[in-house]
Design a binder for this molecule. Structure first.
Ligand code: NAD
Ligand code: WQD
Length: 338
């Protein structure tokens, strides 16, 4: 199949590009480099041994997107990774988040219609479960209530837009993959999470302490009703996610469908710090602090549907994700790009 990846030079998109290529699919990428680096294409091509056409443009530049699709022939499936994902930034600048995340989705839908592309895989998020306490979250758990920030709201709104679009157009098939907490890196150490600006997610922060760039991890909350009092999440290796996208791209959904991609294994903040300490051999000091506003105590996935529908389940452990992230941090992430 020929697969268009929007945001294909980003963290999850770059790993997915390699996995799709390894499965025999042809990959085309559009990315505006707003949170990635042009050199990532060289690494993806080197690791996959394949050339991938790249359009450096905003997905909302419909003239450029349509021209690219016209120039590169038929596309069977689009995977929509492009968007902004920094939770705190979305609180400070909500209009930008609604504009980019929803605008790119609408532009992509129009381009798909113009080019007869019937299948879409969308990067959704466990954030759509909001304050729902029904853990593990199944795809039937309530969504949209108590979502604490504009970023998360865009994911819920986009799911609703795609549900309506599928209802209106019986030819459109959409799979919304609800990722839990993506972590880890490609085992080569050549690609991983390399955002512009400062990270807010736990693993890049823990990695920064292991490399000596930060003094300590601030653990947000130590009084949750969890085994050790810190927040519990479902950390999913990015290589497992990438494989999930290959299967989702090959799957023909019935209209709109949502599918969780998580490990199904609950792990605490302190579990992750311990695991990273073990693989890195570095001391990772931390201090206990008050809860971060908007955080839920526990979030992890019910993974039955992914296995039933896609034949997918996570294969990598949190320890393996920490090991691969540590290799990436040492080999590449901290070095200036060529
Ligand atoms: P990322 O920022 O690394 O990748 C997104 C890519 O999209 C970047 O390369 C960026 O340059 C590009 N991009 C952004 N706006 C664009 C635009 N207007 N036009 C073209 N390209 C644009 O993020 P990621 O972690 O790889 O996440 C991919 C998707 O998965 C995002 O939609 C994100 O919201 C979603 N998601 C991520 C996580 C996570 O924790 N990483 C969890 C759940 C869902
Ligand atoms: C994980 C745990 C924190 C930093 C976010 C988005 C979500 C999704 C994934 C995109 C929590 C704790 C964190 C720190 C800490 N992204 N923590 N000290 O909040 O589960 O999810 O990323 O869709 O939408 O909200 O991930 O990595 O920020 O936090 O103690 O310095 O680590 O409180 O318990 P989160 P996270």
């Amino acid at each position: 199949m020929r697969v268009l990846l929007t945001g294909g030079l980003g963290y999850i998109g770059s790993h997915t590009a390699i996995a799709l290529s390894a499965a025999g699919h042809h990959v085309l990428i559009v990315d505006d480099l707003s949170n990635s680096h042009r050199e990532v294409i060289d690494r993806i091509e080197a690791l996959s041994g394949c050339t991938m056409p790249l359009l450096v443009a905003d997905v909302r530049d419909e003239v450029a997107l349509l021209g690219f699709l016209h120039d590169h022939g038929e596309v069977d499936v689009a995977i929509h990774f492009a968007g902004l994902k920094a939770v705190a930034e979305s609180v400070a600048n909500p209009e930008r988040y609604y504009d980019v995340n929803i605008g790119t989705t609408l532009a992509l839908l129009r381009a798909m219609e113009a080019h007869g592309i019937a299948d879409l895989v969308f990067s959704s998020s466990a954030t759509v479960y909001g304050s729902s306490k029904s853990v593990p979250h199944t795809e039937a758990s309530s969504v949209g209530t108590g979502i604490a920030n504009p970023y998360g709201k865009t994911k819920h709104m986009i799911e609703e837009i795609l549900r309506d679009a599928c209802a209106a157009n019986p030819d459109l098939r959409t799979t919304a993959l609800r990722y839990f907490n993506p972590v880890g890196a490609h085992p080569s150490g050549m690609i991983g999470e390399n955002p512009r600006g400062f990270p807010n997610n736990l693993m890049p922060i823990v990695a920064g302490v292991a490399t000596g760039e930060r003094d300590e991890v601030t653990v947000f909350g130590h009084d949750y009703s969890t085994p050790d009092g810190s927040g519990v999440r479902d950390y999913i290796h990015v290589q497992d996610l990438a494989r999930g996208h290959v299967l989702a791209a090959e799957y023909k959904s019935k209209g709109f469908e949502a599918i969780n991609l998580g490990s199904g294994v609950p792990s605490s903040v302190l579990d992750l710090i311990r695991a990273y300490q073990e693989v890195s051999g570095r001391n990772i000091p931390y201090s206990l602090a008050s809860r971060r506003p908007g955080d839920v105590a526990v979030s992890y996935a019910d993974v039955v549907k992914a296995e039933r529908v896609l034949g997918w389940k996570a294969e990598h452990t949190l320890l393996e994700a920490c090991r691969d992230d540590w290799a990436w941090q040492q080999a590449t992430a901290r070095k200036p790009l060529p």
